[in-house]
Design a binder for this molecule. Structure first.
Ligand code: ADP
Length: 160
């Protein structure tokens, strides 16, 4: 049984993330999409909101679960008995940071490996930051995120 964690902020989840999830689900027996709860960034959505949005979108994959964690990723991986971390790579700018994190995690827990999936070309520009930026100015975000979550994003900016 190969269990993989796909960790991230997912604030909010985008088509880029969903593409990585769909492809990971074909590669591993079980994929746990896990929302990082101790990010230093101020988030648009609470962890519970992000978990429930992701749950709704990945319900169609029987081997994908959704969870959240705080603290060190290596400790979390140990606690749920996962052997693999999945990260997505969009551009060279992601690479340096991701390599450093992956190497640090390997020093901490050598049996935990990080697997990088390169983005599908049509999503290479896409990030949660771009979605928030566009949404904050009332822009069209339908090419970035699934339509079910558009009203939730819009509602956040109406309140601000
Ligand atoms: P973090 O805040 O930890 O960077 P994100 O929620 O932004 O987490 O992303 C989680 C993971 O998904 C990261 O590995 C990131 O590189 C990857 N990712 C984000 N957007 C895309 C995309 N458009 N294509 C491929 N991978 C992506």
């Amino acid at each position: 049984m190969k269990k993989a964690i796909y960790p991230g902020s997912f604030d909010p989840i985008t088509f880029g993330h969903l593409d990585i999830i769909e492809r990971s689900a074909k590669l591993f027996d079980e994929v746990v999409v896990s929302v990082l709860a101790n990010s230093s960034k101020t988030a648009l959505f609470s962890v519970a909101e992000r978990v429930s949005m992701i749950q709704e979108l990945v319900g169609k994959y029987p081997n994908v679960a959704v969870d959240s964690f705080d603290g060190l990723l290596v400790d979390y991986a140990k606690s749920i008995d996962a052997q693999v971390i999945i990260r997505g790579l969009r551009a060279v700018t992601d690479f340096e940071y991701e390599l450093q994190i992956a190497q640090t995690n390997r020093v901490e827990l050598p049996e935990l490996d990080t697997v990088f999936l390169t983005t599908s070309l049509n999503y290479s520009y896409l990030s949660s930051t771009i979605v928030r930026e566009f949404a904050s100015y009332g822009g069209d975000i339908s090419v970035f995120v699934p339509e079910q979550i558009i009203p939730l994003i819009r509602a956040k900016y109406k309140k601000l």
